[in-house]
Ligand binder design. Sequence first.
Ligand SMILES: Nc1ncnc2c1ncn2[C@@H]1O[C@H](COP(=O)(O)OP(=O)(O)OP(=O)(O)O)[C@@H](O)[C@H]1O
Ligand SMILES: [Mg+2]
Length: 251
Amino acid sequence: MTSRTNSNASPPALEACDLVVGYHGPDGPASILTTHHFVLPQGHSASIKGKTGSGKTTLLQTLGLMLRPVSGRLLVPVVPPRRTEPAVRNTAKMTRKVLDRLIRDGFSYIFQSPELVDNWDVTNNVALPLLARGMVRAQYEGPIEAVCDELDLDLRQLGGRAVGTLSGGEKQRVSIARALVTNPRILLADEPTGSLDPETKTRVFDLLRQACKRRAVSLVLVTHDTELVQQLDDQYRVAVHADKLNELVAA
Ligand SMILES: Nc1ncnc2c1ncn2[C@@H]1O[C@H](COP(=O)(O)OP(=O)(O)OP(=O)(O)O)[C@@H](O)[C@H]1O
Ligand SMILES: [Mg+2]
């Protein structure tokens, strides 16, 4: 694993200790993968690669607080009420309501298959998380223009187009814009360039990386693209074991 930036005094954006992730099946929790110690310093980027079915999406959804860990600790900085300095808290035992508030206030997720509304136009797709926060057009127009500009999405040309009529690369840039428009602190991206041709993949990856850097977003990216991940701060892979849990290790 390589590290390009020294971590500073502020707590990591995410830290996992002896975390076991899995899904909750009919016979109780089924464990898939463990990570003994994973640290994502604020503003850093990390990649995760691994075989299909090895547990990357399950891990990412757990780091994104959507799935509960089977066991272990998942630490995030939280600003307690009436305080300004963050305190590190273990999310593993928090209620769903508290987790949903943490997600709303700082997490964003790009799903493996883009979850866009095909018959809505580009502007409304990007606006979706802001509409869900009760914002009106006068409030969301500025942030949408700024993020679409960063991702090279020309709203004068594309703003009114139904998303279902866009190319794969344009759709991926719309999902990245939608994930960044809320100004998250942490972005979890599940193979956001997986379905693109090599040239478009590099372009979309560069736009994503630059937008995250500019906004100091901490990024965890699942991808198989070994060439592109060299540009991220840290690289991890899922080691698949025959007789015990899969394991997240430095690549
Ligand atoms: N809710 C669930 N019920 C049953 N099995 C599940 C569930 N969620 C995940 N799994 C299984 O857990 C394993 C890991 O799935 P996951 O989607 O995390 O893999 P992945 O590494 O992201 O794979 P891919 O590269 O194909 O996206 C798979 O065998 C999958 O079938
Ligand atoms: Mg997956």
